[in-house]
Design a protein around this ligand. Sequence first.
Ligand SMILES: *Cc1c(COP(=O)(O)O)cnc(C)c1O
Length: 345
Amino acid sequence: MEDIIDFRSDTVTQPTAGMLATMMQAKVGDDVYEEDPTVKELEKKLASMFGMEAGLFCPSGTMTNQIAIKCFTQPMDEVICDQTAHVYRYEVGGIAFHSQASVRLLHGERGIITPEMIIPEINEDNIHYPDSSLVVLENTVNKGGGACYTLAQIAPISELCKASGLKLHLDGARLFNALVATGDSAADYGKYFDGISICLSKGLGAPVGSVLLGSAETIRKAIKIRKLFGGGMRQSGFLAAAGIYALDHHVDRLAEDHKHAADLESALLKTDYVHHVMPVETNIVIFKVKAGYTAKGVIAALKEQGILCGATGIDTVRFVTHLGISGEMIARAIKQIGVLQPERI
Ligand SMILES: *Cc1c(COP(=O)(O)O)cnc(C)c1O
């Protein structure tokens, strides 16, 4: 029996032996009392890497994003983001629930938005309108097939936000994939954003966790909101240790995931059931099936061959590469993609 090849998400990774050994040796304390040295080390390490003052370790990316949105808005405010945004689509409507704010959706190019798109959507001061107070960007864009912003694209958005009195938050669940793909420097990010969320449990391969970065003042406020959300953890240094290990060992290797994703893209383009593939930039491959086929049918046919992937719509399929996918697995997947005969409707 050959191994299952799991392309459903980069969240499915298992901790490596080296990571587990590091976790077992972590020095821990009660982090609600702010006494866990390993959590502090992780928060400090990421904050200084991105040129931010402070960090906050949380259980999930959903929590770091929603805490940031609550920090940067008041009830009756409005958040501006692309219509594909994870904070809007995949966080259970948390913006309405936690922050009592409305959302203004933009139609970016694969989720990438520009100052020109934002400007007309900023509300002027008028009794009828919610107050525009926050812009959220996502890098890489999950639903945009892993599309990346460069810092050159981010800088003018940041300038616009500063000039208009808006805060700017980055959902950087896969920010390290963007850094590896663009070659941009992490240290330059801090000056453009008020908040940055970074996931440790996606491509970096840690079992749990996300870190919110911001000013010391933002993070003081965020600590209290994390407690409100039930995210205050105790000896969480064991988990933070996995994050530190991931930052030290699993960043450079993301280039390999990107190469694997590009190889899958080439294979998909040669088949007769794929209509088009969103140009691959990082570790996500999203393709649309031709008329007569369904995402479900393609996924079922691949599953029979021991290859798992997911649908992002009725006719779109997503593959995500990660550290649990070897070169040998990619070769096997490419072979199966080439001979696959998905059911037609
Ligand atoms: C996965 C993801 C998150 C956070 O998800 P959690 O499962 O809550 O950690 C946030 N934004 C994007 C773009 C993601 O892909």
